[in-house]
Design a protein around this ligand. Structure first.
Ligand code: UDP
Length: 378
């Protein structure tokens, strides 16, 4: 019988874990084909652990080396060093990386130095502005230079990779595995004390905001804008899971704390966040992943950024880019809260980011890759 392929999955952040979890879960159901090795760098320790716990993933290697406020150079070089040892110890047949974190780049580089084939999950996203988002845009471009298999979530991300002269035969449009994750999390019988506190006839705005480039003044503007939206709509409640960055916590408490119908909560587990999103009327976010997930739940999204590496949502009409100035945010929010036709148009636009079967497609591609390789050596 053929020996299962040792696939090492390396990730370190919450979105990385959410996108890798459906692949790990799927792999576990195919033990004759795959031997998954899970490596976490724990770039976001607490947020990462919430996802690992929910999906019952116990890492084989937990590097846990991150320190608060370390520089990107320190972080990346430390990860590279540790990943070198992990790869030497486990000798994987393939490495899978995901997204655009510092972990993604470090893992890609470590795999490349060992001449191990690399598969990039969520390949081909681009703004083509190397400082926006920083350092993610450079992380993903550099990772794609080092990769062998490209799992592009959409045809647009495939086209970006083709334009960069990556070989068409190595690029696969799979959808995004974050949509797969919703199958495990969203439940019709879900309850939570914060949701139970909100009257049934109230509409929920869900806010997430934590991008580096939005810290400081842009965040202050957005907090003022959402406060005004809540104050002027007596049937609207705002829920904001506050990112643990101390500057964000301080500003959120200052501008949004102790106010009627504003609920500041700790970062939510993936189970909670997905179910909160499913109960919301409107989502305001600067997150990448939330832009993909919300349309799968039929929720309009206002994106608190001027640029997105996911323009598919804008084209499909599932998201609107509103930046961080109050006028635009308030105009869009008022329209969606008061114009049912506009709301429905956005809520029911088809989700361009996937159908929930990305992990299955990715595993099929990996299996085919090894089958072809075996044929070539016969
Ligand atoms: N998310 C979560 N709890 C929260 C907020 C977000 O589990 O309180 C999830 C969300 O569903 C999405 C991911 O975290 O899958 C997005 O993470 P983040 O905004 O940190 O990163 P980005 O997607 O911008 O890379």
């Amino acid at each position: 019988m053929a020996v299962p392929h040792k696939i090492m999955m390396i990730f370190g952040t919450r979105p990385g874990a959410i996108k890798m979890a459906p692949i790990i879960t799927e792999m576990r159901s195919l033990p004759d084909q795959f031997d998954p090795i899970v490596v976490v760098t724990a770039q976001h320790r607490r947020l990462l652990d919430q996802v690992l716990n929910f999906f019952a993933i116990e890492p084989d290697f937990d590097l846990n080396t991150m320190q608060p406020r370390e520089s990107l150079s320190e972080r990346t070089s430390k990860m590279l060093h540790h990943l070198d040892n992990v790869i030497n110890a486990a000798q994987p047949d393939m490495i899978l990386v995901v997204g655009d974190a510092s972990t993604t780049l470090a893992a890609g580089l470590a795999g490349f130095y060992h001449k191990i084939p690399i598969g990039h999950v969520e390949a081909g996203l681009r703004t083509y502005d190397k400082y926006a988002p920083f350092p993610e845009e450079a992380n993903r471009q550099l990772t794609d230079v080092l990769s062998d298999l490209y799992f592009a979530p959409t045809t647009l991300s495939r086209d970006n990779l083709l334009a960069e002269r990556h070989s068409a035969s190595n690029i696969f449009v799979t959808g995004n595995t974050s949509i797969d994750a919703l199958k495990y999390t969203v439940r019709s019988d879900y309850h939570h004390p914060t949701l139970d506190k909100i009257p049934a006839n109230h509409r929920i705005l869900l806010l997430t905001m934590q991008r580096r480039e939005n810290l400081g003044t842009p965040m202050r503007r957005v907090f003022h804008a959402v406060r005004d939206i809540v104050e002027t709509n007596s049937d609207v409640d705002l829920i904001y899971p506050v990112h643990p960055n101390p500057d964000v916590v301080a500003m959120a408490n200052d501008l949004l704390g102790d106010r009627d119908r504003i609920h500041l909560v700790d970062p939510l587990d993936v189970l909670d966040f997905h179910n909160f999103a499913a109960r919301s009327t409107l989502i305001l976010t600067d997150s990448g992943g939330v832009q993909e997930e919300a349309p799968a739940l039929d929720k309009p999204v206002l994106v608190l950024r001027n640029k997105t590496e996911r323009p598919e949502g804008v084209t499909a009409g599932t998201v609107r880019l509103v930046g961080t100035f109050p006028e635009e945010i308030q105009r869009a929010a008022f329209e969606l809260l008061n114009d049912n036709r506009e709301y429905k148009k956005m809520a029911h636009a088809p989700n361009p980011f996937g159908d929930g079967n990305a992990a299955k497609r990715i595993l099929q591609v990996i299996q085919d890759y090894f089958d072809n390789k075996e044929k070539q050596t016969e």
